[in-house]
Design a protein around this ligand. Structure first.
Ligand code: NAD
Length: 358
């Protein structure tokens, strides 16, 4: 029997809590520490906070980031890997990632921009890659999207193609499982005027991840991107909608219709369409994931309903842990790692196999 994999969970919102619960269900892996900045969560027993039995882990304040010597002792418990579920943007999470890496720990982040940070933050990406290599650990950004549906799955479907001329894909999904951070970045529950001014100010951004997914697809296929054109508009609700995190009255915004097109040599080669809203079924909208690869041969994938976003994110992160622990050091993307697979047995034994120990 191999030693259990030790995980530090950083961020216990809608996604982080789900990941911690999922790890609790698996063999050969355990949470050894948990951080959140919310005073309502700090000091609570993790097991009880997650709705289960008391465990030996108490939720703590996150480590001080500019304290590389750890003089406050926040890193008193070391993990093999830190799971970061706090924010969407590389600029926000890079200091958290670097702090964990400097402690010799691998990191998986669900920050959308971290799925391919070279797209929008090349300097920070290069720095994270360098620091990870210096410390012999790996960093991965993943999730359901970006991380799987509109990038990894698309790339996998190009595997049996002799040529690819164009990719068109759409994800019509339900935002209900996500927490306040996502409701805010999507403008859910705002008036149309607030949505438009939020877009102009950059507080409301729609889907975070098109730049990353399109750049990653192009990089992996060997296409040189000229530019990416994006469009965003509000999805205005005709009915009242309510989730644990947001209320939307008729006439308010239920989500953001966001599209992006990546151009290669002047031609639109990667077209991604992602209208995201809470409870689309209340207006008869069915969820689904659709991928068309136009090439030799054409490949057409239809998934109805959508791969669920909340569960999918939790699973992608936990399922990628062995791949990340067995990977070469550095900042990695989903396109550079083996295919994601579910973990149905002892995770420490799966890791041993991934490291080449039969
Ligand atoms: P949430 O708002 O429910 O939870 C965020 C949690 O992080 C909260 O508990 C908050 O207190 C904590 N937090 C924030 N900053 C922190 C910090 N500096 N230190 C410690 N704790 C901190 O959000 P969520 O639905 O769990 O999503 C988390 C993030 O992940 C969001 O930015 C979201 O956009 C992103 N996300 C990405 C994907 C993907 O597919 N890549 C999927 C889902 C969510």
């Amino acid at each position: 029997m191999s030693e259990s994999i030790k995980v530090i969970q950083w961020g216990l919102g809608a996604m982080g809590s789900g990941m911690a619960r999922l790890i609790g269900r698996k063999d050969g892996i355990q949470i050894v520490a948990a951080f959140d900045q919310d005073p309502q969560k700090i000091g609570k027993n993790l097991g009880v906070f997650l709705g289960g039995e008391k465990t030996g882990v108490v939720i703590e304040t996150p480590p001080v980031l500019d304290d590389p010597d750890d003089s406050d002792g926040a890193w008193k418990v070391k993990g093999d890997i830190v799971i970061l579920a706090t924010s969407s943007f590389t600029r926000d999470v890079a200091p958290q990632i670097e702090a964990a890496v400097r402690q010799g720990m691998n990191v998986i982040s669900i920050a959308e921009e971290m799925s391919y940070p070279y797209a929008q933050e090349p300097e920070l990406a290069k720095r994270l890659d360098r620091v990870a290599k210096e410390h012999g650990v790996s960093i991965l950004g993943t999730g359901i999207n970006p991380g799987f549906v509109l990038d990894t799955l698309i790339l996998a479907l190009t595997g049996p193609c002799l040529e690819v001329k164009k990719i068109k894909a759409s994800r019509i999904n339900d935002l209900s499982p996500f927490g306040p951070t996502v409701m805010h970045t999507q403008g859910v529950g705002t008036s149309v005027a607030e949505f438009e001014s939020g877009l102009a100010k950059g507080d409301i951004v729609g889907h975070v991840g098109f730049q990353e997914s399109i750049n990653l697809i192009a990089k992996a296929l060997g296409w040189k991107l000229d530019r990416i054109a994006e469009e965003r508009s509000p999805i205005i609700s005709k009915v009242r909608r309510e989730t644990p995190y947001v209320k939307v009255e008729p006439g308010q915004v239920a989500g953001c219709r966001h599209t992006a097109i990546g151009y290669v040599e002047g031609e639109p080669r990667i077209e991604l369409i992602h209208p995201q809203q809470v409870l689309p079924q209340l207006e008869g909208v069915e969820t689904g994931d659709y991928i068309e690869i136009h090439g030799e041969p054409d490949i057409n994938l239809v998934l109805k309903p959508e791969i669920p976003g909340g569960l999918g994110t939790m699973a992608m992160v936990v399922n990628m842990i062995p791949q990340v622990l067995a990977a070469r050091p550095g900042l990695l993307s989903m396109a550079e790692l083996p295919v994601p697979t579910a973990l149905m047995g002892d995770v420490s034994e799966i890791l041993k196999w991934r490291k080449g120990d039969q």
